[in-house]
Design a binder for this molecule. Sequence first.
Ligand SMILES: C[S@@+](CC[C@H](N)C(=O)[O-])C[C@H]1O[C@@H](n2cnc3c(N)ncnc32)[C@H](O)[C@@H]1O
Length: 273
Amino acid sequence: MDRIALEVNKFYERYPYPSLPVRTERDLVRKLHANVMGKILATAGLVPSSLSGKEILDAGCGTGEKACYFSYYGARVTAIDLCRASLQKAKELAEKFSLKVDFGCCDIAEFKPGKKFDHVFCLGALHHTEKPYENFTALADLCKPGGTITIGLYNRYGRLSHRAARMWISLRSGSDIEKRMSYVERSIYRRKLRSIHEKAYVADKYVNPHESYHTVGEVLGWFGKNDFRFIGSHPHTRTGVKAFFSQLRWMARGNGFFIMSGRRSFSKALKYP
Ligand SMILES: C[S@@+](CC[C@H](N)C(=O)[O-])C[C@H]1O[C@@H](n2cnc3c(N)ncnc32)[C@H](O)[C@@H]1O
């Protein structure tokens, strides 16, 4: 594990993310779909019924809600994360709903499963690693020809005002996780944070020790270099010069996080059987 992975891991062991309050099957399926999964799947041209029997990798799965959702719809799910506390919660969630997920504690950079996946998801993890592009290529390599990869990253423009807030928090409270948390609670929220989920959300947003910022053009470049064709995003973006204007809109709306999906071409498989 590199220095950044160590620091980030220490942080998530303290605040496993997202720690959603999933009490009922309805929370896991309908609520999660309405809040996030519907949008995520749509970027890759997927719907819940298309997941059945598919090999899915959820890299940086956190507390496992998305991995359990995939499994609920009949996918064969492998989910990895560096954080043992998150994985413990994820396993408990899967057990609660009798879902089968193959969980593993592993660094994305070192993951060698010995098989390929129809759909690879990595949401909110690459920007907490030292080498986001290298980790992307490792995941891209695990995608079957014709399969999809979906990544969620912080946007360089959309997260601008947020970056300013993070810098201010660092100036006022330094780098200690707990000092930063109590500063955010006191000065930004001005009340006690209410639930484990709210604490996890606030910590991830303001206190995370490392994050990087990316653009649509950069991700299109990653896709191109690895033989992936862009298929969809959330929020919607156009490509080329117009992507810049899409991102300016995200900045105005405060959309700091964007999701992009690409499909792996068959050509490599044909050239190198
Ligand atoms: C913001 S959380 C996202 C969790 C989940 N994907 C979601 O969308 O709710 C980021 C997760 O990535 C994991 N992570 C960060 N760096 C990692 C690495 N190098 N290898 C594996 N997991 C990593 C963290 O432990 C954390 O659980």
